[in-house]
Design a binder for this molecule. Sequence first.
Ligand code: GDP
Length: 433
Amino acid sequence: MTGHVDAGKSTLMGRLLYELGRVDEKTRVANERGSSKAGKSSFSWAWELDGTIEERERGITMDIALQSLSTPRRQVTILDAPGHKDFIPNMISGAAQADCALLVVDAITGEFEAGFDRGGQTREHLLLVRSLGVSQVIVAVNKLDQVNWDQSRFEEICGLLRAFLVQSGFPSSKTSFIPVSAMLGVNLVNRTSADAAVLSKWYNGPTLVDLLDELEPPTREIASPFRLPISNVFKGQSSGTGVTGRICGGVVQVGERLRVLPGDESAVVRLIDVEEQSVPWAAAGTNATLYLTSIDPIHLSIGSVLCPPSDIVPLATVFTARIIVFDIQLPITTGASIELFHHSRDVPATISKLIATLDRASGVVTKKNPRVLTKGTSAEVEISLRAGTLSGPALSARPIPLEAFSVNKDMGRILVRRGGETISAGIVQNIIC
Ligand code: GDP
């Protein structure tokens, strides 16, 4: 879930959970009290989600809140990505795990425009999720109660976004638009209230839950070899060392021996936890905690990848990638120093070659060997990892476990940062060495 700050993402999520019976009346009243005490009563629905004190005080969602809900046919996990500009890196780790984008836009006159114009985050977020391989989008046009459920306003917003989505490479068959009021709970689960009656004069399509229910189920990489990029390591009581992460491929079972890459170490899976329940096995698409034994915890670090010893992840120092360049001031040139992000790992690297610029929607080469990459361009580049230090004896770069997007989608997504700013995101094409 993404959108400009204040579009109503947290409100939408809080209200949706309430309508689906996931938040009871008592909690709702407590949230209402809590938020009005803090002088932010209009944020009471969002209060449910915005967990940390800092978020509550600022009234914005900063980290990615994970919420799961059930529609008649699906179990949906919603990652509430922050809309605030400073938090783009968090938003990216959310997008890297997403199967569908739920974009929330504010229908209030001038507000949609502020989020959609240059400098607003709507465009950047959409380009970002697309560049990370997400192709399904639901656009919730929110706060329609504030514009008297005006159909022409809804159509106007859809028209502007539709053109932009097609241009950015989202297939129109996988894009849907839905009019809602998150605060009043209209058209989320049903359209039974008095407000909904006004909407029903011109809208009889699916509700938000209907759309979630109709999403294409993700093609999880269950048949591919097991991969778990470690996002956290902690000391388990007597059960070994705990590692958490999202399984990016295959299946793991208790008792299995796994290789830890990079390095030569291996470990044995003592226990597996999924949603705080101990389970005998876990498969791709799951956020799991594995407790590992027969290994010194020193060899387990954030960013390392667990895989079967018989089918290990390739290690790369040089590879090609297809990237999209964000709204940057300083263009990217050959030899540019960057920080490369792959799952939770971050390593120094260089853009060693600008191979070609590409048409954003079709991917067709528009120019070979460009001199620079400016904002908004899509391009194919070569990236080479660098050794950590620039002084002293020449160190060689330490390879990282990486796979092409065509082999494993989740293992083939990367982000490029420069001077603390995310300048580009993309997918791995070929590993060169
Ligand atoms: P976020 O930053 O996208 O998570 O936005 P919030 O959910 O925090 O909402 C921002 C503000 O918009 C809050 O004051 C909400 O009460 C208000 N809001 C959200 N949805 C609606 C809606 O459907 N109608 C109206 N009138 N206000 C809304």
